[in-house]
Design a protein around this ligand. Structure first.
Ligand SMILES: Cc1cc2nc3c(=O)[nH]c(=O)nc-3n(C[C@H](O)[C@H](O)[C@H](O)COP(=O)(O)O)c2cc1C
Length: 161
């Protein structure tokens, strides 16, 4: 490898993304969520999307194990605090966001730009991450607004609509 991990991260950071929180519920009833920016669309028919989850994340074994249903909540610009809360240890974001259970008891944020309710379709090897492919079962488009963006290792906002 002719580059350092720092240089690799810096290059990856040049790809601007949105930010989402992937939510699920464990078999014991506990809610779990993780902030991600690895969301990508995969296929239109069937409707497939993906995200990747770090092996070291507390939620990794849920998303690759018992939690076969999850919801991907695309964050608004005003929801940076949720991104921070769900990227910190302890699952303290839940009291910061109104949410409802979908018909499979998966918590879904009330007010975000869009949500994708998914059933796990596949898990792929992604090095130190697992790539989770979800088959989209339901979608919901929120009120229009601006996305929370992540670029160069920090949050950004659209400067033009
Ligand atoms: C903007 C942003 C994007 C992130 N994207 C991912 C991601 O795609 N996959 C991932 O595993 N972790 C991602 N993380 C890190 C996780 O959110 C964080 O490390 C994880 O929730 C830590 O959880 P734990 O303390 O419960 O282990 C991201 C964090 C931020 C702030």
């Amino acid at each position: 490898m002719s580059f350092s991990p720092r240089d690799f991260r810096d290059c990856l950071g040049q790809f601007a993304t949105g930010v989402a929180v992937v939510t699920t519920r464990a078999n014991d009833g506990t809610k779990a969520g993780i902030t991600i920016n690895s969301f990508a669309s995969v296929s239109l028919d069937p409707a497939l999307v993906l995200f990747s989850v770090d092996f070291r994340a507390a939620t990794h074994d849920l998303f690759t194990g018992e939690c076969t249903r999850f919801c991907i909540n695309i964050l608004r610009q005003e929801q940076q605090a949720l991104s921070d809360a769900f990227s910190a240890p302890g699952q303290h974001g839940w009291d910061k966001v109104a949410h409802q259970d979908d018909c499979h008891s998966v918590p879904r944020f009330d007010d975000c730009l869009a949500t994708f309710s998914c059933k796990r379709h596949a898990i792929h090897d992604g090095g130190d991450h697992s790539i989770i492919v979800g088959r989209v079962q339901e979608i919901s488009l929120g009120e229009t607004g601006n996305p929370l963006l992540y670029y160069g290792g920090r949050y950004r906002a659209l400067d033009r609509e």
